[in-house]
Design a protein around this ligand. Structure first.
Ligand SMILES: Cc1cc2nc3c(=O)[nH]c(=O)nc-3n(C[C@H](O)[C@H](O)[C@H](O)COP(=O)(O)OP(=O)(O)OC[C@H]3O[C@@H](n4cnc5c(N)ncnc54)[C@H](O)[C@@H]3O)c2cc1C
Length: 227
């Protein structure tokens, strides 16, 4: 994420190692985001491994005279942990200053903030699963790419797929607003459905071509065997 003149690059996955990090930073598209003369420094603090990150809620966020804020209470799924730490800390401070610190008071004034984040995370989980399906299914992946390419020709505030991808990975918007924005745009949905159909037909055409080629080859071989 860019922070002024500084950027933190996080690669998330099961088997991330230095070779993968180097390859990522060396990719032409990534290089374009950095000053031309920039090179990864060779010191040990430049690349750190933080294998654990908080992704959701703890089973309890408060009790009598005790509150958990930030990562140890509830945090947003995959992103904006600082934002949710701030929101839960603010809700905690407001409750303590204006209402008190008993369990009941916290349940009334602090819990709704935690619940809102947890509910949004559940929706976020579903959206991520959907995008994982788009990523791993070739024709769906192609449809997402086609819509994103097509969107580059329309005004920026109408680029729903691009905005969604940006919001999903940057944490700028809540998952609820991402979901609502997508569902409430029939023009986008029709276009996306059309691209899915085109990509699916393309995929079927390729599969048929491959099938025919195989049949012809096996027929050729069996003819060859007969003569
Ligand atoms: C690799 C990585 C990248 C991230 N990138 C982003 C990002 O780009 N944007 C974003 O919004 N969020 C990001 N996050 C999440 C974000 O860092 C956290 O959600 C946020 O810092 C949580 O704030 P916190 O105050 O709850 O906890 P922390 O910031 O972890 O603060 C807890 C503090 O308590 C101290 N502590 C722990 N145990 C004890 C103890 N027993 N006694 C005394 N002190 C103790 C710790 O040393 C630490 O200083 C990232 C997290 C990771 C791991």
């Amino acid at each position: 994420m860019p922070k002024g003149a500084v950027v933190t690059v996080c690669l998330i996955g099961d088997k991330i190692n230095k070779a993968i990090v180097d390859r990522f930073l060396d990719h032409p598209e990534v290089r374009k985001c950095f000053p031309a003369a920039w090179k990864p420094p060779n010191d040990k603090t430049f690349c750190l491994c933080a294998p654990r990150v908080s992704l959701g809620s703890s089973s309890i966020q408060f009790g009598d005279h005790i509150v958990f804020t930030g990562d140890c209470g509830v945090t947003r799924l995959y992103k904006d942990g600082i934002g949710s730490a701030y929101r839960t800390a603010r809700a905690c401070a407001t409750t303590l200053v204006f209402w008190g610190y008993s369990k009941d008071v916290l349940a009334r004034h602090f819990q709704p903030v935690c619940d809102a984040i947890a509910t949004d995370n559940r929706l976020g989980g579903r959206i991520f699963r959907l995008f994982e399906l788009f990523r791993t299914t070739r024709f769906l992946n192609r449809a997402v790419l086609s819509v994103t390419q097509w969107e580059q020709e329309i005004p920026a505030d109408q680029r729903l797929m691009s905005m969604t991808l940006w919001d999903m990975f940057s944490g700028t918007a809540s998952y609820r607003s991402i979901f609502k924005r997508l569902l409430l745009s029939p023009k986008f949905l029709i276009r996306f459905a059309l691209e899915i159909l085109i990509a699916l037909l393309g995929e079927m055409f390729l599969a048929c071509q491959l099938f025919w080629r195989r049949i012809r080859r096996s027929k050729f071989l069996s003819d060859g065997c007969v003569t």
